[in-house]
Design a protein around this ligand. Structure first.
Ligand SMILES: Nc1ncnc2c1ncn2[C@@H]1O[C@H](COP(=O)(O)OP(=O)(O)OP(=O)(O)O)[C@@H](O)[C@H]1O
Ligand SMILES: [Mg+2]
Length: 348
């Protein structure tokens, strides 16, 4: 597998654990090289159109041990070979986080190895180092996921600065909510992306909310879809969706992509940075990748995007973030707890 640039950390064997939402994941990095990455996604939530926290924590409880065993097995190591444990500490769903954090603390205590609690968004940002050429620094990073939409800078020493964020819904949340309005399965992002491929992005002009600076607002576009369909009675609406579902998906997606791109281009102009990263679940969106890539290249820059398997929640990014901290000699006490609203520590 890849050598993810985790410093000259020889004789290290780090287990990463991710349980912040509805994916149970474990990964192993040996001497900075990713040896395994196992993800068990929960299908229990599909009938509910969104994640049900109680079901998510119960499913993590059932899946975590087999997922960790599979990650160790695929990496060809035993638990006793581990030299460190990295776990997502927050932000996320409290019950889900507690399953991963409690397990990681017990394992670290039992094996007598250091523990690091990783901020989930640090993991997404570090996913840019998993494979391919690492982005040059300073980097502008667009974090766009189910729970977050943020624009950050990462300087040469890895320090982060927040430039802007969404004032209401995250972009992934907008995809999921609009998918629910259209009667599509959860998670809605991949479904809309697929349907949009055969739709007309100019079919309907959804409003583009544009704020000064680097902030976003995605609540208006969701309401706009509700009003658009709400003006029809049930049979008319069914006939309209039968004919124009793909067009609506393409038009909605185009508006979200337009909105996401504007602050990034503004930040490129104002900072002069040419290296741009796109991370988080929505970075899997084909239209966003293509359009942001063209905009960045048109300005002499380069867009870095993780491989698709490391865009969505995964433990490889958590193992890597933890490995980087362990390499710097950092670790956390066994008294750390799951933090559903963990603020980001902007230092490297
Ligand atoms: N191809 C795609 N197009 C658009 N959105 C997508 C695509 N694939 C996944 N998504 C969206 O990505 C989100 C999931 O991303 P991720 O797993 O990183 O979020 P999360 O972990 O729930 O939130 P956070 O990372 O903010 O805690 C969902 O909202 C999903 O709809
Ligand atoms: Mg995530």
């Amino acid at each position: 597998m890849f050598s993810p640039n985790c410093g000259n950390d020889e004789n290290s064997c780090v287990l990463g654990i991710e349980t912040s939402c509805d994916d149970t994941a474990a990964a192993v990095l040996v001497d900075g090289v990713l040896r395994s990455s196992i993800i068990s996604s929960q299908s229990e939530h599909i009938p509910f159109g969104g994640v049900v926290p109680e079901l998510a924590s119960r499913a993590h409880d059932r899946h975590l041990v087999p997922v960790v065993e599979a990650a160790l097995h695929e990496a060809g190591i035993q638990a006793g070979d581990l030299t460190g444990i990295a776990v997502t500490r927050g932000p996320g769903l409290i019950g889900s986080l507690m399953v991963g954090v409690s397990f990681a603390k017990s394992l670290a205590a039992g094996l007598g190895v250091p523990l690091v609690g990783v901020h989930h968004l640090d993991g997404h940002i570090d996913s840019l180092l998993l494979g391919g050429t690492p982005p040059e620094r300073p980097t502008l990073v667009l974090v766009v996921s189910g729970g977050h939409t943020q624009l950050m800078t990462v300087n040469a020493s890895g320090e982060r600065q927040l430039l802007g964020k969404t004032r209401d819904d995250a972009a992934g949340e907008a995809f999921d909510k609009v998918a629910a309005i259209l009667g599509l399965d959860y998670p809605g992002g991949p479904v809309i992306d697929r349907l949009a491929m055969t739709g007309n992005p100019s079919f309907h002009a959804f409003p583009r909310t544009r704020l000064a600076g680097y902030d976003w607002s995605f609540s208006g576009i969701k309401t706009s879809m509700l009003y658009h369909l709400g003006s029809m009675d049930a049979p008319a609406r069914a006939a309209y969706l039968e004919k124009h579902l793909q067009d609506l998906c393409a038009s909605f997606q185009e508006a979200v992509v337009d909105m996401l791109i504007t602050p990034v281009v503004r930040a490129m102009k104002q900072t002069g940075f040419r290296s741009v990263g796109l991370v988080g679940g929505v970075s899997a969106n084909s239209r966003l990748r293509a359009r942001l890539g063209s905009e960045v290249e048109a300005r002499g820059g380069h867009l870095h995007v993780p491989e698709l398997s490391y865009s969505m929640d995964n433990a490889a990014m958590i193992a890597l973030s933890g490995c980087l901290r362990l390499t710097r000699g950092e670790q956390d006490p066994l008294s750390i707890t799951a933090q559903p609203s963990l603020p980001m520590d902007l230092r490297p």
